[in-house]
Design a protein around this ligand. Sequence first.
Ligand code: DOR
Ligand code: ZN
Length: 353
Amino acid sequence: MTRPNGAIYMDQITIKAPDDWHLHFRDGVLLPETVSATARCFKRAIVMPNLIPPVTKREQALAYRERILEAAGPGSDFNPLMTLYLTDETTPEQIKEAASKIIPAAKLYPAGATTNSEGAVGSIEKLFPVFEAMSECGMLLLVHGEVADDNVDIFDREKEFIDQHLAPIHVCFPNLKIVFEHITTSEAVDFVLQTGDNTAATVTPQHLMMNRNDLLSGGIRPHNYCLPVLKRNVHQQRLREAVASGSHKFFLGTDSAPHTKQAKENPCGCAGCYSAWGAMELYAQIFDELGAMAKLEGFASIYGPMFYGLPVNRETVTLIRDSWTMPDIIELPSGESIVPFYAGQQINWRLEL
Ligand code: DOR
Ligand code: ZN
């Protein structure tokens, strides 16, 4: 059977094992939950450093990695890749000391842009010596691409960031590899497509599946609130076209970011969607809807390692067309709970385990 666009209808697909190039595990008692949810289907993950206190130095990143490996368990082959949290105090020496196979990247959060970013970067221009060092030692720059300026409308903050900061950084450091994380706008798609091979972007399931109506129409839905915030439908469509095109500049990064139910369902609710329980299945559903299943493997398993200069995983995974329902709630041993992304909704693909 074929789809209107000529794509073949599939009931199952086997692809090289995928990796998640952007997520949040948190720390301590949450690790057994978050690490096993991700290691269920991803072989590697780029782990965000916005802990309290943040992961700003090599030793902290290595110690955090050990805690993640311990949570993964002795039999696991899961490989967490660590990132440094840039601050106004980060030095080129700290970058050179940290840059390695297991700390391949550093993360730029404009101070105040998102969760636990208060101590991050106040002056991006002052960090240019750090970018120089990163460029020299091949460390990737991962950016939360939004200006943290209350005078700028929240729906325009990504576009402003491109104009004010990202384009100048790329011009000054053409050899610096930059990942524009969790992109949400057509301007971000344009930026990545119009710049050379040293820029790429990650795209989350929520930004491909939803737009701001899913956040605000018919009532506020705090579990769909993340940063950068969901945008207009036209931007969502542009992201969908970008991933369906099969361009190697767009790859998988869930931004899976757990917060407790209480912290999300709150007068000042936290930003973040905990998608790890169904991430790969949701991407399969999206690519299926787009008639682009043949492009799923590149997005999920090939273009990420290619950009990071790492080998593609040797193992494979199989996804089957089979429906299941995302649980309404995940109970934690602490007595707290998390409402997963897509809670209570039907997913049409299942990962064969
Ligand atoms: O929605 C988000 N949640 N966006 C971010 O940038 C951070 C993340 C978190 O840490 O919860
Ligand atoms: Zn994130």
